[in-house]
Design a protein around this ligand. Sequence first.
Ligand code: AP5
Ligand code: ZN
Length: 217
Amino acid sequence: MRIIIMGPPGVGKGTEASMLEAQFNIPHVSTGDIFRALFRTDDPIGIEAREYIDKGLLVPDELTNRIVETRFRTEDVHHGFIFDGYPRNVAQAEAFTKFLNERNWKVDTVINVDTKDETIIERLSGRRVCPKCGATYHIVSNKPRIENICDNDQTELIQRKDDKPETIKNRLEIYHRETKPVIEYYRKAGLLVNVDGSGDIENTHRQVLKIIGDLKW
Ligand code: AP5
Ligand code: ZN
């Protein structure tokens, strides 16, 4: 199964992709997570990417496409993937299509989760993440068992630097300008399916499971 999950920042792409990964044992590939992991290990690509991420800007395509190609050197993704946060502009979508075509791989579906900007702001401002394992929580809708402590490894949760109100605004603007045209790109390719992301986590998951259930794979 080869899936792309699209949608505005904070709509719940990562939450949904992690649930699918656990349920179907298919790797979840988030370019944002890869950049953050590279940064934590002082890798030069991570350090360069952080300059953009902290301001809410897109990391340049050349760097982003390169980390995707590197990720594909690991065999697990050859049998299926759930991409989250990539491609994020039309140039990336074209590069990804070319990359997949060269290997005779096809995306089965592109799931576009959407909701209004107000909800996004609420989700991102209440998000807390574990700096150790990357798990994501929300102070209201997705609380850890113990307040501000990761369920998996008891690490204290933090707020992402790009979840500050000013940066959220930049990310949303860039989403509307650069990422929305990718929806049209996949609609034209006959791959797009829309999901209403305004309900709770379970509601989004139910809609996605229905889409996956209808796929032939
Ligand atoms: P990335 O990490 O991909 O961030 P994003 O796309 O902005 O998305 P988020 O991770 O913020 O949100 P999400 O949709 O996964 O929501 P989540 O599940 O956490 O990218 C970060 C940066 O890296 C970019 O800004 C850019 O600089 C760079 N980058 C990454 N990819 C790139 C690319 N391809 N090209 C160039 N640059 C790139 O949920 C959010 C919160 O809401 C959580 O607290 C969660 O618990 C809660 N929640 C989730 N679903 C629901 C629900 N249905 N109801 C209530 N609460 C919910
Ligand atoms: Zn953790």
